[in-house]
Design a protein around this ligand. Structure first.
Ligand code: AMP
Ligand code: MG
Length: 309
């Protein structure tokens, strides 16, 4: 689901009653969010909003309103680095095509003019995109939101120790069984089989945005799926960003935002927001090696595997 694998892990001393049913319910929530939030379908809630751009407002479920509101907040907090109205530009890149190519720069420039989350209008349960050709893509936040929803289902059924994970977006809840015992390992962005760091984490959420998740290479250059709204091209020089936050939706959206902002401005954003923390790994222009920055509030919990660099 959500273009990746979703997993749920429950820790318990003895087999909880009806756990199959509870886990199915949690997965169903993820499925439900996916169905309404996908921009790949014209009949999803977001697809209908996009089809009606420049014409009329469209009524959408409360979850979609909640996602869009949060996305707009993070759009503001990141000075537009995170922009859910990126769809017109994103579509030019065809990351899912077997024969991807680099779009024409003038076309990129033209589509970029359709990107501005500040124009998205919300009127109670209706969403309106004022210009024809505008479009929303919730790919940078919906997965995290869905993970939170699944976690809520499990909490409501009384589970106290569990993990919900969707392609690198993870929500952890620790009760008596797992408190103080959990380490979350962060993959090395360039060596698939290695880890870059780990963090000790009981309750909370973590999400990683990486240039290795979805990309193609042409002429020795990597073109990945995180687009800088300021240029319309894949954002450089960050390679991966891991964000720790209270909710997976926040971690997810901020990981994309900080990725686009880059090592300096991204780090400044982390310093301004003590409620989140992060690790930014980026390409050093001079040496081609990797450098990294860790926000102050997790320096004592995040352990970098020194021998790798
Ligand atoms: P993530 O893997 O969470 O970093 O999200 C990447 C996804 O977010 C992409 O596949 C797009 O669907 C979407 N996206 C790409 N660039 C942006 C951006 N600048 N702002 C918001 N969403 C974006
Ligand atoms: Mg994200």
């Amino acid at each position: 689901m959500m273009d990746t694998f979703v997993s749920i892990t429950i820790y318990a001393e003895k087999e909880p009653e009806n756990w199959h049913q509870h886990v199915a319910e949690a997965f169903n929530r993820v499925h439900e969010i996916e169905e309404m939030a996908t921009s790949y379908s014209d009949s999803s809630a977001v697809g209908r909003v996009n089809s009606a751009a420049g014409e009329h407002a469209v009524e959408v479920p409360p979850d979609v309103i909640a996602i869009i509101r949060q996305a707009i907040d993070i759009g503001r907090a990141s000075d537009g680095a995170f922009d859910i109205s990126i769809l017109p530009v994103l579509r030019l890149w065809h990351f899912k095509s077997p024969t991807p190519s680099v779009p024409d720069s003038q076309v990129v420039a033209a589509k970029r003019r359709l990107v501005d989350f500040r124009e998205v209008r919300i009127d109670s349960d209706r969403v309106y995109l004022p210009r024809a050709g505008m479009g929303l893509d919730l790919g940078g936040i919906a997965k995290g939101y869905a993970v939170d929803c699944a976690a809520q289902v499990l909490s409501a059924h009384g589970y106290r120790d569990f993990l919900v994970e969707a392609g690198g977006d993870l929500r952890a809840v620790a009760g008596e069984l797992t408190k103080g015992l959990r380490k979350i390992w962060i993959r090395h962005p360039r060596q698939r089989e290695r880890y870059f760091a780990y963090i000790e984490m009981d309750d909370g959420a973590v999400a990683t945005s990486g240039d290795y998740e979805r990309y193609f290479e042409l002429g020795g250059k990597r073109y990945h799926h995180i687009i800088d709204p300021g240029t319309g091209y894949p954002s450089r020089p960050v390679v991966s960003v891991t964000i720790f936050a209270g909710t997976t939706a926040l971690a997810d959206a901020y990981s994309t935002a900080v990725f686009v902002l880059g090592p300096q401005r991204g780090f400044e954003l982390l310093q301004r927001h003590p409620e989140i923390a992060g690790l930014i790994i980026y390409q050093d222009g001079a040496t081609d090696g990797l450098k990294w920055r860790v926000s102050k509030n997790i320096e004592d919990k995040l352990h970098i595997m020194e021998d790798q660099n």
